[in-house]
Design a protein around this ligand. Structure first.
Ligand SMILES: [Fe+2]
Ligand SMILES: [Fe+2]
Length: 324
């Protein structure tokens, strides 16, 4: 009897110590003891995040060859390349939790893994590239600034660097929108149309309301999330309404009103049916995105094989050199 109870008592003490450290604002590092549930939640969240960075390259990559000037092309190329880097930092972070990139990529390519629903919408015009930088990267910054204070060290540190780069992305997107909104009537209409299509999906990026979000309470308790989805969404709306006004564009929400008492812009109902439809695979571009990722993976098979052959050859030479 006593032997069965001892491990549980030890584990309870470890859990209490873990929660004391979190409450004291200490960072959890890869070799520290952590509850299995904490590890699993982090892997789930970080893999969704990493996949979003990588799939997020696709709607924008669509416009690299059609950017309207060399300066715009350079900016977009650099941004898309940054997103690949963001994916890699975060995949490296999941490796510290014992889950490798190969395994996560298999889950993505098989359709099992989730990624942000926003990347299943199409980029129809050049203004969409402006709207993505301004709104999608803007929303990502609000979320990721909070995650830079997450309790898991490798994730938090990756976020610090990523946020710096996301700021450039947001600025280049807002600059594109500013130029279009101040251009010809046709250019302004194109910018407004992009805002109309990207506004609501951007608000969905923060996820369901906290009361409907199954993981929120646990992630908050363990210091992975420091703010709720609704609070972050409100912060994003407040800052973005002012920016839209500054460049003469209209947020597509007739219910948008300023609450003088709190300073918050109150917004209309988000279409959560649409959100769930897109998340579960039935958005405008879900199939196209996965097909593009699978093709890229298959096309890259020879690169992986060559890299492995090269590494094996280097190992062989290294071994011989050591013997010599
Ligand atoms: Fe990113
Ligand atoms: Fe970005």
């Amino acid at each position: 009897m006593e032997q069965q109870q001892t491990p549980s008592a030890v584990e309870q003490a470890m859990l209490a110590e873990f929660e004391r450290r979190i409450a004291a604002g200490e960072t959890v590092e890869p070799k520290d003891w952590m509850p299995e549930r904490y590890r699993k939640q982090l892997v789930r969240m970080m893999s969704q995040h990493a996949h979003s960075e990588v799939v997020g390259m696709l709607p924008e990559g669509n416009w690299i060859t059609r950017a309207p000037s060399l300066r715009r092309k350079l900016g977009l190329l650099a941004k898309v390349q940054d997103e690949a880097g963001h994916g890699l930092y975060i995949y490296c972070g999941t490796e510290t939790l014992g889950v490798g990139r190969d395994e996560l990529l298999d889950q993505l390519l098989s359709g099992k893994a989730k990624y942000s629903s926003i990347f299943n919408y199409p980029t129809l015009t050049w203004a969409d590239i402006g709207a993505i930088g301004w709104l999608v990267d803007g929303a990502a910054i609000v979320n990721q600034t909070m995650l830079a204070k997450a309790s898991y060290g490798p994730y938090a540190r990756a976020m610090v660097r990523i946020c710096k780069e996301e700021n450039f992305h947001k600025k280049q997107g807002f600059e594109i929108m500013t130029v279009l909104a101040g251009g010809t009537p046709a250019q302004k209409a194109m910018a407004q149309d992009a805002l109309d299509r990207w506004w609501w999906p951007s608000l969905m990026m923060f996820g369901p309301s906290d009361k409907d979000s199954p993981n929120s309470a646990e992630l908050t308790k363990w210091g992975v999330k420091r703010k709720g989805n609704d609070e972050l969404r409100q912060r994003f709306v407040n800052q973005t309404v002012a920016q839209a006004q500054a460049i003469g564009l209209t947020i597509p929400d007739p219910e948008l009103t300023l609450d003088e008492a709190t300073g918050d812009w109150k917004f209309g109902q988000i279409d959560w049916d649409e959100f769930h439809r897109v998340i579960s695979g039935d958005g405008p571009c879900n199939r196209e995105r996965l097909a593009a990722r699978r093709k890229a993976h298959d096309d890259g098979a020879w690169v992986r094989a060559a890299a492995e052959a090269h590494a094996a050859k280097q190992d062989g030479q290294g071994g011989a050199a050591r013997v010599a």
